[in-house]
Ligand binder design. Sequence first.
Ligand SMILES: *Cc1c(COP(=O)(O)O)cnc(C)c1O
Length: 381
Amino acid sequence: MKAYLDNGATTQVAKEVAQAMQTLLTKKFGNPGSLHSFGEEAKSEMEKARAIIAKKINADTSEIIFTSGGTESNNLAIRGIAYKNKEQGNHIITSAIEHPSVLRTCEALEKEGFKITYLSVDKEGFIDLKKLEEAITPQTILVTIMHANNEIGTIQDIESIGKICKAKNVTFHSDIVQSFTKVSIDTKEMNIDLLSLSAHKIHGPKGIGVLFIRKGVRLKPLFTGGEQENKIRAGTENTSGIVGFGKAVELIKESDLEKMKQLRDNLIKGLEKIPNTIINGPRGDKRLANNVNASFKYVEGESLLYHLDGKGVAVSTGSACSSHSLSPSHVLISIGLKPEVAHGSLRLTLSRYTTKEEIEYTIKTLKEVVEGLRKISPLAR
Ligand SMILES: *Cc1c(COP(=O)(O)O)cnc(C)c1O
């Protein structure tokens, strides 16, 4: 038996997505910038995908810019706004639990003279909206707050954040890589100026992302080169990736979401039966449909991961990006876990392909592994 519960790191490409991409790679292979029929054919497929993605977030197609993924979209949004507006102000507001592609970018800007406010979060991972409002000054040029957290699944109230930013006339960016297609987004109703998306978290290919840029919002491009993507992102478009992304969005069904939530809650219930286990992050509708995060006291997350892997269960400690470092997750520390408890934590993330059997097997295996490790752990005595 195998159980892949690391869909927060990446997902299996859907068969239909791979097929759609194959056509672009081998048949409709033209450069979308070319004026002949090969180019036009590729461009037409690319524009269909753009329209599908635009519709999903209630945006115009002209507001959708293709990038190489969530990381580039976050960099383009944050650096692009910072460099464009540095005469108007130098202050950016973010949260302490952002993805590294936001946090490290903000830290880099700090070294370049920008001032960054890192809003703290409560024990479930929510920012305080009052504190956000108070943090905004006439110098503030950007608020960047993620929608759903990739480690503990907390879904921020971005509608209220959008309202606050609009009232204060501050540009609002959100990293919605984890929540995209799991929580509905309406850029017009939610007063969002910039959004980062990535295909490989929703059964699309790796290396393709989107930055939504509201009409009228100006930013400085990161690359110099050709005039692709409204002159905002130079470089020949990744047409097969784009078409794969469009197809991945097209395949999303509401019923899959309900099934995922059910399995998520079964998994939480199963894990809670293991003694000395803490479920991190909120419950119910304020938690991402496919995310579970738990701390198992007196054991090391890394040992858990390796023993589980030996039994065919793939999970992660924290996020994939930080799992090679030994410092405890910045997210778990931010919600108030002690470092030793944070070290004993696992993230288990589902997809629409996750089965009941995988969840049952994971619960059983995890229980055995935790009990086995605790028997030999000096911490447990
Ligand atoms: C995966 C992820 C990213 C990075 O996206 P890539 O396409 O892998 O660069 C950014 N933000 C969040 C919340 C993510 O989960």
